[in-house]
Design a protein around this ligand. Structure first.
Ligand code: MG
Length: 224
């Protein structure tokens, strides 16, 4: 079983994710906030909201949070229609190769579920993923990872026999894998470089998925 982060790992929305969040938030809260104080890389949508509310000294009811997430997804749909996401090099063929080999593919993403599938759909990757953990349920990435494993178990997907690994582009992804005892492949295609990902505990780091052979060899050797 291989669990994938989305942004900076499989694709790049060119800032559409951040823009959708800014617009969706403004629709519910009134005033527009450019969120200059929020880093989205490796963050989770629920944690972004926590940071926004902490900066304002406000608290949101669960119903308002759901409403904001709904508006963010609406905005993202429009933005991606205008400017589709760009896939990380080799990601599509790597996913196809794993799926073809019978590997179960899941998501561990800070995105809310709807935004996750909008982004994946924008580059045609949505069909590869049937389960995952998402940012609308949990603020902490390790919790999102646990939710993904629970979703896999609920769907009757066994990861143990072939091992499990996680693929992500930030030290936050790596930390989540470490917390769960899952080896991590770092993809230095986003904001963080190989040194930072290795220092966080990544087992291997690649620039993108162009060299699928090297990744498959690493998986074979590490996961058995
Ligand atoms: Mg990411």
């Amino acid at each position: 079983m291989v669990l994938f982060d989305i942004d900076g790992t499989l694709l790049d929305t060119g800032g559409a994710g951040r823009q959708a969040f800014i617009r969706g938030l403004a629709r519910v809260m009134g005033a527009r906030d450019e969120l200059a104080y929020v880093s989205f890389a490796g963050n989770t949508d629920r944690k972004v909201l926590d940071q926004v509310m902490a900066a304002r000294g406000q608290r949101l009811e669960e119903e308002e949070i759901r409403r904001i997430f709904g508006e963010v997804a609406k905005e993202l749909r429009v933005l991606l229609r205008e400017n589709p996401a760009r896939a990380v090099a080799g990601a599509g063929s790597f996913l196809a190769r794993l799926a073809g080999a019978g590997v179960a593919l899941g998501l561990v993403t800070g995105n809310i579920r709807e935004c996750a599938y909008l982004k994946l759909g924008s580059v045609g990757f949505d069909r590869f993923f049937r389960f995952g953990g998402f940012g609308d349920e949990h603020a902490e990435r390790a919790e999102i990872g646990r939710a993904a494993l629970a979703a896999a178990a609920a769907a009757g997907i066994e990861g143990a026999e072939g091992g499990i690994c996680l693929v992500g582009d930030t030290p936050f992804d790596v930390a989540a894998g470490v917390a769960l005892g899952i080896p991590v492949i770092g993809v230095a295609a986003g904001k963080y470089g190989a040194c930072e990902l290795l220092a966080a505990g990544a087992g291997v780091v690649v620039a993108d998925f162009s060299d699928a052979g090297r990744l498959l060899d690493w998986m074979e050797a590490t996961l058995g």
